[in-house]
Design a protein around this ligand. Structure first.
Ligand SMILES: [Zn+2]
Length: 131
């Protein structure tokens, strides 16, 4: 899989993933949280947001199932699922989901380490049978 183009705005996201953590930005003024990363708050325009660690868990908002590879690198990967996931700590992320999923499914993060970067993936949250 091709490595992402990491720039000054996205570096904290990739650095956190390398440590198997998920961070979102939080506004110092209005306290709202968001993802994807931006240099300023998309709600009030304040700059220099803080990074806040979150559990990385979430709920599937929507998804697509890819049956055709978009590049030669992905030929062995099809079919696979890409989902928009509403994170429990705020923000929405697009990520691959292992296995099947449906809208509204609770999902948990998985961190896939590649040579120079770590990919955030998801899978369905296991059903708690201890209750
Ligand atoms: Zn704000």
């Amino acid at each position: 899989m091709r490595a992402p183009n990491i720039d000054i705005d996205s570096a904290p996201w990739w650095d956190a993933l390398r440590l198997h953590q998920v961070v979102v930005q939080q506004c110092r003024v209005c306290a709202r949280r968001w993802l994807p990363r931006t240099p300023a708050c998309p709600y009030c325009g304040a700059d220099a947001p803080n990074d806040q660690p979150i559990p990385g868990t979430g709920v599937v908002y929507s998804f697509v199932r890819a049956h055709r590879a978009m590049s030669d690198v992905m030929v062995k990967e099809v079919p696979y699922t890409i989902a928009a996931i509403d994170l429990d700590g705020g923000g929405r992320v697009f990520a691959r989901v292992e296995g099947d999923c449906s809208i509204g499914d609770a999902v948990i993060p998985e961190f896939v380490d590649h040579d120079t970067w770590t990919e955030l993936r998801y899978r369905q949250r296991p059903v708690d049978t201890t209750r």
